[in-house]
Design a protein around this ligand. Structure first.
Ligand SMILES: [Zn+2]
Ligand SMILES: [Zn+2]
Length: 413
């Protein structure tokens, strides 16, 4: 669950990854850590575009890659003129537009999550803040991480703790998952494969590795293909011609995938199974005859989070995402094991109820509409799913948290 409303407590004039009314009421400067939809809350709404248009001092910062992606997406391209580019590892100072005595120095570095994903470091009179956004750093990588090498004292670490749960101690490295996938595909000569992805971006390493190994292009739809106009090294391994290939990652599925073996690139399913004590010997698991799941995580495992937190050794930790079932006592207990004693306990009510309802019941939607059983963690939705989701929102909009059986029952009516 997402546990951060976007406003930096130390610098409330700055909001990150949230563009809702509550953010607009206090923030003047906005940052986008990466392109996944759950980090663009409110960016597509008319209230935000009016706010930006009427207040010329408003700034929206993101990486160059993110800016390119946004300029390709119909929901966000109308704001193109307002996106300012952040350059990796080049500190710069931003002024609070409504208070000339208030400024912060911002430095950004890669987050290892998806193309264009950034971590943001803010330094100013109210403390040094590191915001990781969604991130994946293997334990050995975090030792070499710029922020850690800089030995800066971090007062508050805003961190992605999606898998901060000891039963999710390890997740296969993406390279290893990809090797497994290649070994598997290699066993078949003329078989067609369908790779089911859940987010707009984040699977580029797989596409490129498959092409490198088999010399076969990957079929994607035209929107997806052109999203990569800014990343020619990725685009050159893709094709919009489904006839040309037996490797498909198209959405909606094209007609050539009819007798394909389906491989769902997922992680949530694996982590839920792990929490039920199920152990996996391989990142690739057969579910039924022509249906497999590959554990492919864009988020750090429990061990990777712990290594990162210990090395940063911040005074306070503010989770930006946590496992659904964790409570504040458990959270603080786990933090204590990392040498961080924080009080008062941070309360972390979910910040984006609607999206979380959607995530929780995605399973059901997919079942109904696609005869499918995939969860999505990054859960970007594709344009043609919007109507389905609108209907779902209608049904659930009157429901209150906690979103337990009642929601499901109502939905199933
Ligand atoms: Zn993400
Ligand atoms: Zn296809």
């Amino acid at each position: 669950m997402c546990t951060f409303g976007g406003i930096l407590t130390e610098y409330p004039w700055i909001s990150i990854d949230s563009f809702l009314q509550t953010n607009c009421e206090v923030s003047r400067v906005f940052f986008i850590s990466h392109i996944h939809t759950d980090h663009l809350r409110g960016l597509d709404q008319s209230t935000f575009s009016q706010y930006v248009t009427n207040n010329r001092s408003i700034r929206i910062y993101c990486s160059d890659t993110t800016r390119h992606f946004l300029s390709k997406l119909s929901a966000y391209k109308h704001l193109s003129q307002f996106y300012s580019v952040l350059n990796i590892d080049q500190p710069f100072t931003i002024q609070n537009p409504v208070d000339e005595n208030s400024s912060v120095t911002v430095t950004c570095c890669g987050a290892g999550h998806c193309p264009g994903s950034l971590m943001l470091l803010f330094e100013g009179s109210h403390g040094t803040i590191l915001y990781t956004g969604d991130f994946r750093l293997y334990s050995h990588q975090s030792k070499r991480h710029r922020i850690i090498l800089s030995k800066k004292r971090i007062d508050t670490l805003y961190i992605d703790m999606t898998f901060f749960e000891p039963s999710i101690r390890q997740l296969p490295e993406r390279e290893r998952a990809c090797e497994k996938l290649i070994d598997f595909i290699q066993q078949y000569d003329n078989q067609c494969f369908y790779l089911k992805t859940s987010a707009r971006v984040g699977y580029e390493y797989i596409y490129m590795s498959l092409y490198q190994h088999f010399g076969i292009l990957i079929h994607v739809n035209s929107e997806q293909y052109h999203l990569y106009d800014c990343l020619p090294q990725v685009q050159r391994v893709l094709t919009i011609d489904g006839n040309k290939t037996r490797l498909h990652a198209c959405w909606p599925k094209c007609s050539h995938t009819k007798s394909s073996i389906k491989i769902v690139l997922s992680v949530l399913w694996f982590t839920l199974e792990q929490q039920q004590q199920r152990q996996f010997k391989s990142p690739l698991v057969q579910i039924s005859t022509d249906y497999y799941r590959l554990c492919y995580s864009l988020h750090s495992s429990y061990n990777e989070i712990c290594t990162f937190v210990k090395q940063i050794s911040p005074t306070r930790v503010h989770p930006i995402a946590l496992p659904d079932q964790i409570n504040s006592e458990r959270f603080n207990e786990l933090l204590k094991q990392l040498g961080i004693n924080q009080s008062p306990i941070i309360s972390f009510a979910p910040s984006n109820a609607q999206q979380q309802i959607k995530r929780r019941y995605h399973h059901t939607i997919e079942n109904v509409y696609n005869n499918d059983t995939d969860e999505e963690l990054e859960f970007d939705y594709h344009e043609n799913r919007k109507t389905n989701e609108k209907q779902l929102f209608k049904r659930i909009s009157n429901l209150q948290l906690p979103l337990t059986k009642k929601c499901k029952k109502d939905y199933e009516k």
